[in-house]
Design a binder for this molecule. Structure first.
Ligand code: NAP
Length: 242
């Protein structure tokens, strides 16, 4: 078993997830970079390993119960410990998806990734996390799942992209409930918004910030001290009302 702290990041082959892998490995952690496509996980992990970081690939589709169980067993086998879980994987809703007309099959599929995916992976890995001296669970959420964000929050834009906002509000609620159950066990569970981050072309022109900045907001909650907060939603280390 490794002496280094071990982190697992879902949806780690691109965007914010990949930069979170880089940030945590740069702090000396062993990072399991997971992606639903094992080849893409291997490619992304190889790039970071090429920079001298201890980043290892893992195939993990958060919507596949058997695959999640198999991944949890594989992690218990090697590297044999888990200290940090970052539930980053997400699916996005079309901007023209309105509450009154949303295709509920599509909305259900999105919830399978954004809510149940994070929930499923946390359940599967919690036994191993509980064995860590300082376990952390980070649910990557969004201001879109809050009533307090006037620009992209619930109710903005005429209720557009409804299933995404609903999924992140539910993820915030799950974070509160999971943290309450685990209070006093040492497992700190927090939700984090990375802020509007330029993970696809054209986003910088919309005012989105560079990917490492969004990733730093997430990595903050993965590296909290033992007396750090639990059960909150944060952006850049500051509590966000939701
Ligand atoms: N970018 C922003 O402005 C912003 C703002 C607020 C919150 N966020 C949150 O930040 C997180 C990362 O966003 P991002 O902008 O980096 O998004 P992204 O570039 O679209 O990355 C999403 C990742 O999730 C993965 N994924 C999707 N479905 C999956 C599944 N079933 N199993 C495993 N992985 C799956 C994708 O894998 P594939 O490559 O296989 O599709 C991809 O790696 C998300 O939780 C998002 O909601 C982003």
């Amino acid at each position: 078993m490794t002496d280094a702290r071990v982190a697992l990041v879902t949806g780690g082959a691109r965007g914010i997830g990949r930069e979170v892998c880089r940030a945590l490995a740069s702090e000396g952690m062993t990072v399991l970079l997971s992606a639903r496509d094992g080849d893409r996980a291997a490619e992304a992990a190889a790039v970071l390993a090429g920079d001298g970081l201890d980043v290892r690939p893992l195939a993990l589709d958060v919507t596949d119960p058997a695959g999640v169980a198999a991944a949890a067993a594989a992690v218990r086998d090697d590297p044999g410990r888990l200290d940090v879980l970052v539930n980053n994987a997400a699916s996005f809703a079309p901007w023209d998806e309105t509450p009154s007309a949303a295709d509920l099959d599509g909305a259900r599929e999105l919830m399978e990734v954004n809510l149940f995916g994070a929930w499923r992976v946390t359940q599967a890995l919690l036994p191993l996390l509980r064995e860590s001296p300082s376990p952390r669970v980070v649910n990557v959420s969004s201001g879109a799942g809050t009533r307090a964000d006037p620009i992209s929050g619930l109710g903005a834009h005429g209720g557009a992209a409804v299933s995404y906002g609903v999924s992140k509000a539910a993820l915030n609620a799950l974070t509160t409930q999971m943290a309450a159950e685990l209070a006093g066990t040492g497992v700190l569970v927090n939700a984090v918004c990375p802020g509007l981050t330029a993970t696809s072309p054209g986003m910088e022109e919309m005012g989105a910030r560079p990917v490492p900045e969004g990733a730093a907001s997430v990595a903050w909650a993965a590296t909290l001290p033992d007396d750090g907060p639990t059960g909150g939603l944060f952006r850049d280390g500051r509590i966000m009302p939701w």
